[in-house]
Design a protein around this ligand. Structure first.
Ligand code: SAM
Ligand code: SF4
Ligand code: SF4
Length: 374
């Protein structure tokens, strides 16, 4: 038997079994947390595994052959995910994003998409269902995903230069295959394709302009994400964060940009358009410009723990209820109770600290992004 290593910082097992309120109030779709924030966006991680080892997310020194990924029996089944999703939708969720790990590694994912696509908001509207992927398997799966009811995809791509990209994914994966995946997604109508680039100063910031040049006039939306201090394994340092304002400055110097208004409240990206009509770009300034005030996102981990913030150190074990003898009304009341008690605003708290402090004192150890999903 191999001796599996579980890092000391492994918090996957830190969770509490939710309290079931004595009064089982029916969902109203108008749930609000302690800061008045509604629940609109549910991110579901369908696997904690990935075929890439991006240094900012799953560094290969930690996520190596000895790393103990979750066993198959721990994962929520598609039926369990759909049962929970239905409850979240009744509470106001309008958008579901499938993520991971690499979601396309989950077998028969299109079956789950088909099940989720049947859900409707209380007003009878279809859900907005999307997926974030590294696109390594997208060319092969795009058509089946579209046929199952997926509307859009977001592709993560950290550079166009093949050597830089291979270094970023740390498994020697060629950039041409990701570009092929994006093309396939566009061809089958998974549009508009959004492209997310995590910018690490000194590692791939040289790729900002080549990426902007490449994706202008293609109908895609390129977004630059500030490298975040998520998880406990990526060795995050503030000096590796390139503020979004500088990203915009660099692009604007070559292709003038103008700001445009958000599509909806709580949108994470600030949007800009090319003055010459070449399309739009966005920046997600999670570090330099906290947007907790509008944060309407909940995250469901691969094994059914509910996290109320990307930086949370503890989840709420919904799987324990799913696999216990509880009805939907009890599960629904528990979810409502959890959201109503939510106080999380990590990024705002960090932003309020002096520049030489990197993390709010009150914040504990944090789970990995590959586990709760981005
Ligand atoms: N494997 C899929 C992918 O890469 O698109 C989905 C999961 S990944 C965790 C979701 C998103 O999180 C990706 O866009 C990734 O770039 C982003 N991400 C991961 N670690 C990050 C970090 N430290 N800072 C900023 N974004 C990060
Ligand atoms: Fe995998 Fe996505 Fe994390 Fe990269 S960012 S290691 S592709 S889960
Ligand atoms: Fe939302 Fe937490 Fe990010 Fe703030 S830090 S925007 S509360 S996920």
């Amino acid at each position: 038997m191999t001796n599996k290593t579980i890092p000391l910082a492994d918090l996957r097992y830190a969770s509490r079994v939710p309290h079931i309120p004595a009064r089982l109030d029916a969902p109203t779709g108008l749930l609000a947390d302690t800061l008045g924030r509604p629940l609109r966006d549910l991110r579901i991680s369908v696997t904690d595994r990935c075929n890439f080892r991006c240094s900012y997310c799953m560094p290969s020194e930690v996520f190596n052959k000895d790393y103990a990924f979750l066993p198959q029996t721990s994962l929520l089944s598609f039926e369990e995910i759909t049962r929970l999703a239905k409850i979240f939708v009744a509470h106001g969720v309008e958008k579901i994003r499938l993520t991971g790990g690499e979601p396309l590694l989950r077998k028969n994912l299109e079956v789950l998409i088909e099940m989720l696509a049947k859900l409707q908001t209380p007003e009878g509207r279809p859900l907005d269902i999307t997926l974030t992927t590294n696109a390594s398997l997208l060319a092969r799966k795009a058509q089946a995903l579209k046929d199952a009811g997926l509307q859009r995809v977001t592709v993560s791509l950290d550079g166009l230069d093949d050597a830089v990209f291979r270094r970023m994914n740390d498994v020697d994966f060629p950039v041409a295959d990701v570009l092929g995946g994006i093309e396939a997604a566009q061809k089958v109508g998974l549009a508009p394709v959004k492209i997310n680039m995590v910018v690490k100063r000194g590692t791939n910031d040289s790729e900002i302009l080549p990426m902007a040049r490449h994706f202008r006039n293609t109908g895609t939306v390129l977004r630059f994400i500030e490298y975040m201090d998520v998880g406990a394994t990526n060795g995050w340092r503030m000096d590796e964060v390139l503020p979004s304002a500088q990203v915009i400055e660099r692009i604007n110097a070559e292709f003038p940009l103008l700001p445009i208004t958000a599509n909806y409240a709580g949108e994470t990206a600030e949007r800009w358009r090319y003055v010459d009509g070449g399309g739009e770009v966005g920046v997600i300034s999670s570090v330099t410009k906290a947007f907790c005030g509008d944060c309407n996102r909940a995250r469901l981990s691969t094994e059914g723990k509910l996290f109320l913030c990307l930086f949370a150190s503890q989840g709420h074990d919904l799987r324990a209820l799913l696999r216990g003898n509880y009805g939907d009304d009890q599960l629904s009341a528990a979810v409502g109770h959890i959201w109503q008690a939510r106080t999380d605003r990590y990024s705002e708290q960090r932003a309020a600290l002096p520049a030489d402090t990197s993390q709010p004192e009150s914040s504990g150890k944090r789970v990995e992004m590959s586990y709760i999903g981005g």
